[in-house]
Design a protein around this ligand. Structure first.
Ligand SMILES: *[C@@H]1O[C@H](CO)[C@@H](O)[C@H](O)[C@H]1NC(C)=O
Ligand SMILES: *[C@@H]1O[C@H](CO)[C@@H](O)[C@H](O)[C@H]1NC(C)=O
Length: 600
């Protein structure tokens, strides 16, 4: 469908834009062609004829230039952190527009804790020493406000301390990690091992609903397993193991073996059936693979749950957009094997960690021969247990599973990147709503946007040409004029939450794609995103979140989250280094980009 006049018009407009940027004649022509082109709605299973070509604006550069770029990221980190120190420490985060400060994560100085390992990786000894002084002084029994949110505290504070220990071997970091974990320990439901939302570290009182959110109750295994190893504590290890036992024995019949978002903390059972890999779910899926890797590939139960989750995601949650055939992941309510009719077709920036995770799995697991690990897809997808949902497991058996996971990773990462490249700011929106030709998929004469349907069809017709969802796309950047005329449908999506909150997920996946495939185009894309961050978000006193990615210059909001220092800048820095100091075979990143060594 790339061959429709509509798209040729966009493409030629793009080609010429560099040379005759702003030419009104061209714009008028493009607009005219756009208006005249009928929107194609007939067949949504596309013809994959678009030739694969790397985007023109990207090119590889010399090693010396990559070194220079990594130094530039380090400068960016220093600009952000030194202004945090100057205006906000020992409070949590800097307000980069007003030189203010905010205590939004317990008031213990979250930006300092979150930045420790980034400093160590960047060899910023002075900053590290000063941050360590702050870390030593914090009283974990006194927080502002009184109740401490467990999940954020674990991934940012505990994760930060443990990773900094792994890189520095400063013993004080282990004892601080232990202090913190002890102060939080009353948060757990004794029987299920699931934590409540928050805890008062001084009294041990817990606060939070009986219904927990998946990401918040099931993203602690890496931190507690590593902490247990460092402190030789069976107690901390049991915090991870009790939770894993509860998760693995939960009844997942209705969700095909994938964890839904809502859980009853008291019973340890799912409460409702909404499935997502985005907000409220993301890191729980991530930790299944990563616990297996952290334990030196020993925790097989965790791996099985990862295979179940990804099998369900690939079968039911991956879709192609109608015109550009962008591969994306969305959510579903009561999923069925034939149609996931209750999907929202919302694609979240938060979900952009998934391509990196799938690539990491394909890189580290013998997906082609799971029987070698004693894992059998037929048993995992037991139809007696999972009913029709179990059929999805057999469907994937027709494919080379390693290849399939890599295809999904490649296609999804590309979509994450293009949501940046399509914007005049070069920054990606927080949430988009994908276009659907047929409002009701179930009515669509058997057509479907499900990626697996398109793949099956492509495979059946001989598997020639570009794999569905993997075609190289040219970005489409609309000018203000075009946008004022209501153009924008050619993107295949609308901006639902148009802000860029300095988030890391797309960069994280691009970093992993670069390390795993060695294809320089990923690194080049990472660089263009960094340039956009420099250009659009840098302020005199730090870096600020963007309110709307489709306006130049964008309006900014007075916020610089600590994950910008912990994750966004760290992954960018690592991406531009020649030799990775935290290689993927020896280290595992927690969901806040804190690196833990594989335990042997
Ligand atoms: C959660 O599970 C407990 C124990 O089975 C039960 O008593 C309670 O009603 C459940 N809560 C909800 C909201 O379903
Ligand atoms: C898979 O692994 C098993 C056990 O190591 C081995 O016997 C078998 O030959 C392998 N199969 C393939 C297709 O590599």
């Amino acid at each position: 469908m790339w061959a429709t006049p509509l798209h040729r018009a966009f493409r030629s407009s793009l080609l010429l834009r560099n040379t005759i940027y702003g030419s009104l004649i061209l714009l008028a022509l493009t607009t005219l062609m756009y208006i005249k082109t009928p929107t194609s709605t007939t067949s949504i299973i596309p013809h994959y004829t678009q030739p694969s070509e790397p985007p023109r604006e990207l090119e590889d550069v010399s090693i010396a230039e990559w070194v220079r770029r990594s130094v530039q990221v380090k400068q960016a980190f220093l600009h952000a952190y030194r202004n945090y120190e100057r205006f906000a420490a020992p409070h949590d985060e800097l307000k980069p527009l007003t030189q203010g400060k905010v205590d939004n994560f317990n008031g213990w100085g979250v930006s300092a804790f979150d930045s420790l390992d980034t400093m160590l990786l960047m060899n910023l000894d002075d900053e590290y020493t000063r941050a360590l002084d702050l870390v030593k002084k914090v009283n974990f029994k006194k927080s502002e406000p009184r109740f401490v949110p467990f999940f954020e505290t674990i991934i940012r504070y505990l994760g930060g301390l443990l990773s900094a220990y792994a890189l520095s071997k400063d013993q004080i970091l282990v004892s601080r990690a232990q202090d913190l974990a002890k102060a939080l320990d009353p948060v757990f439901n004794k029987r299920t091992g699931m934590p409540y939302y928050s805890v008062d570290p001084s009294s041990g009182e817990t606060l939070g609903p009986q219904l927990g959110i998946l990401a918040e109750i099931a993203s602690l295994q890496l931190e507690y397993t590593y902490l247990a190893k460092l402190t030789k504590s069976k107690h901390f290890l049991s915090r991870s193991q009790t939770l894993m036992k509860t998760l693995s024995s939960a009844n997942l019949q209705h969700t095909g073996g994938m964890f839904p978002i809502q859980w009853n903390i008291t019973s340890g059972e799912p409460f409702a059936y909404r499935l997502s890999v985005g907000a409220q779910a993301d890191s729980a899926h991530e930790y299944l693979l990563k616990l297996y890797l952290l334990t030196g590939k020993k925790d097989k139960r965790s791996l099985e749950m990862y295979i179940r989750a990804t099998t369900h995601i690939i079968n039911n949650l991956l879709y192609l957009s109608p015109t550009r055939h962008l591969l994306y992941v969305t959510d579903s309510d009561m999923p069925t094997f034939d149609r996931a009719s209750s999907t929202t077709h919302i694609f979240e920036h938060l979900s952009c960690f998934l391509p990196g995770l799938l690539a990491l799995g394909a890189h580290t697991l013998p997906l082609n021969n799971l029987t070698r690990l004693g894992i059998n897809l037929d048993v995992l997808g037991n139809e007696k247990l999972y009913g029709h949902v179990g059929k999805g497991y057999h469907r994937l058996k027709k494919y080379n599973l390693k290849e399939l996971h890599m295809w999904a990773a490649e296609g999804l990462a590309k979509t994450c990147w293009i949501t940046y490249a399509d914007q005049p700011t070069g920054l990606g929106p927080d949430e988009i709503m994908m276009a659907t030709v047929h409002k009701n998929v179930a009515d669509a004469n058997g057509d479907s946007y499900l990626w697996m349907d398109a793949l099956d069809k492509w495979k059946k017709s001989g598997g020639h040409g570009v794999i569905p969802g993997l075609a190289d796309h040219q970005p489409i950047i609309y000018t203000e004029f075009e946008r004022s005329r209501g153009t924008g449908k050619g993107h295949d999506y609308e901006l639902r939450k148009p802000g860029y909150l300095l988030r890391p997920e797309t960069i994280e996946s691009i970093y992993l794609m670069w390390r795993i495939t060695g294809d320089w185009k990923w690194r080049a894309r990472g660089w263009t995103i960094f340039e956009a961050i420099e250009k659009q978000t840098k302020t005199r006193y730090g870096y600020a979140s963007v309110l709307s990615v489709d306006t130049v210059p964008p309006a900014l909001s007075d916020s610089m989250p600590s994950y910008f220092l912990a994750e966004t800048l760290k992954y960018l820095y690592l991406m531009f280094l020649e030799d990775d100091p935290v290689s993927l075979d020896k280290w595992v990143f927690n969901t806040e980009a804190h690196a833990f060594p594989v335990l042997v």
